[in-house]
Design a protein around this ligand. Sequence first.
Ligand SMILES: C[C@H](O)[C@H](O)[C@H]1CNC2=NC(N)=NC(=O)C2=N1
Length: 184
Amino acid sequence: MIRTLQISFTSLSQTLCRNNGSSNTHVAGTGVMCSNLAVSAKTNTHYGIKTLSSAAVLSTKKCVPCNTKDLRPMTEEAANQLMPQVSGWDLVNDGGTLKLHRSWKVKTFTKGLEFFQEVASVAEAEGHHPDLHLVGWNNVKIDIWTHSVGGLTENDFILAAKVNGLDVQDLLSKKLSKPAQSSG
Ligand SMILES: C[C@H](O)[C@H](O)[C@H]1CNC2=NC(N)=NC(=O)C2=N1
């Protein structure tokens, strides 16, 4: 029964996506992503079907092992195209190495370590690890890049999107941090 339902949902999505000229359809676990689908920016729905934002899709993905054959660093242009999916993060060029960078103010030194622990759990689950900095007792800075290729891969954006999805508001200083959760 479920299988039948799933097939009918997928074919429905493909029909809907074909109708607006989208080239391909990715039926995510809980939503429909049609590439080039013009969804209303506000409600993110199309023909009444709730679609996942591209940031949400990114955070549902899984990192690949960094020693995967043929893994190459992406171009700055490709990285810039992905930046809207990792709100709050900046693209930095550190001596020729592209990285994702974000900083937060935490309430206390120990809450900074708690923040690191939350990030570490995601990193260990993904087998992909950030560079963590806790400076001046309450300034958390995270850099993410793929060391094995000396630049950025999709892994880095997946990790950044997952960090954005962490519920760490209680660790952050109210007055001085940008909202931790991305809107996307
Ligand atoms: C074999 C395994 O993929 C490597 O040890 C992983 C571990 N975590 C990693 N994290 C990051 N950011 N870059 C890497 O190249 C990397 N390599």
